[in-house]
Write a protein that binds this ligand. Structure first.
Ligand code: AMP
Ligand code: MN
Ligand code: MN
Length: 322
């Protein structure tokens, strides 16, 4: 880890009184986990803390202790602004523009644009929550049970239950430490990784019914109609992308999710050795080599063809054997 940066972050957190924490739109478990984990630790350390999210807390995280403190609006003043798990300003929603100077940017995305005064970008980290958990005590704050649960949630979800290719032995040791601090691994595992709402699984059925493949590329589409006929309340793919990447010979999998606002959300997943983050960046998104996403405007059919062509060309140019 970048020791000097870590130290400067500790000093910044210690000397601030009112700290604003924000994370990315459409927050995943790591966004919420790193936000709530750091937020609660700072609160328990006597700081005044605001946790904000432009598009609010998704229903699935309502039961996480501390998440109820997340607000949609900034209330009052703050003297330190911290962005977590967020690769660029636009992903902070309106806060990305409203706040000109971000003080701290703590993240693990290779596509991070280093938009803050101090940028701690650890691309080897499996989750932003890992970076927070590793450094929290060095920064002078403690890991209570609620903090441990939030940070474990972040690590668990970004590694899909410790099974992504960036897993390191240290991550398991850190998870054990979070369990020692009271983190409830089996409960978090069930709630955030394994269990799905009935409606989600029903929606998968629509996606699976149009599953396609071309050599090592596997893809499908979820439409607004699929969502409403299944009664699925979210705008996401209900983790359908993980089903596709479980297909044996899928080297790259792609899910297109039509959005109620007319946009199209695209998710990519790749096996080690391929890098889908650059394809996502080409379409205005970002992410990691193995997992990336973008939100596109335009006609579903046209975007679909453009994305598939670009992705297929990338696969053809980079695949080792087929
Ligand atoms: P997803 O497919 O939404 O699960 O995202 C996979 C990875 O790509 C996550 O690490 C996201 O943070 C990142 N990502 C998704 N959408 C975007 C976007 N519009 N811009 C930048 N990064 C994104
Ligand atoms: Mn995230
Ligand atoms: Mn993350």
């Amino acid at each position: 880890m970048s020791g000097h940066l870590v130290e400067r972050i500790g000093e910044a957190l210690q000397s601030a009184h009112r700290i604003l924490l924000a994370t990315h739109l459409r927050p995943d478990g790591d966004a919420i986990g790193s936000l709530v984990g750091l937020g609660l630790a700072l609160l328990e350390g006597g700081k005044s803390v605001q946790m904000v999210l432009d598009d609010g807390l998704p229903a699935q995280f309502q039961h996480l202790r501390g998440a109820e403190q997340i607000r949609r609006n900034i209330e009052g003043r703050f003297d330190l602004a911290v962005a977590l798990d967020c690769s660029d300003r636009s992903r902070l929603g309106r806060f990305g523009q409203e706040i000109e100077e971000w003080d701290l940017n703590i993240d693990h995305h290779v596509t991070n644009s280093s938009y803050a005064r101090i940028n701690l970008i650890e691309v080897e980290a499996v989750a932003t929550a890992e970076i927070v958990a590793t450094n929290l005590e060095r920064w002078g704050f403690q890991i209570s049970k609620s903090v441990a649960d939030a940070l474990l949630l972040g690590i668990l979800t970004d590694t899909i239950g410790f099974r992504t290719h960036n897993m390191r032995p240290d991550v398991l040791r850190l998870a054990a430490k979070l369990m020692d601090a009271g983190g409830d691994l089996p409960n978090l595992y069930a709630r955030y990784l394994y269990q799905k709402p009935f409606e989600a699984v029903k929606m998968w059925g629509s996606g699976l019914s149009r599953l396609r493949r071309k050599n090592g590329l596997v893809w499908t589409v979820l439409t607004n109609q699929d969502r409403s006929s299944a009664g699925y309340p979210g705008k996401d793919d209900a983790d359908m992308i993980n089903l596709l990447s479980a297909i044996e010979d899928a080297q790259i999998s792609v899910v297109f999710v039509e959005q109620p606002n007319g946009k199209v959300k695209v998710s990519w997943r790749a096996v080690p050795g391929l890098d889908v983050s650059q394809i996502a960046v080409h379409f205005g998104g970002g992410g990691h080599p193995a997992a990336a996403g973008a939100e596109l405007s335009g006609d579903l059919q046209e975007l679909y063809e453009a994305v598939l062509e670009k992705t297929y060309l990338h696969l053809e140019a980079n695949q080792k054997d087929s």
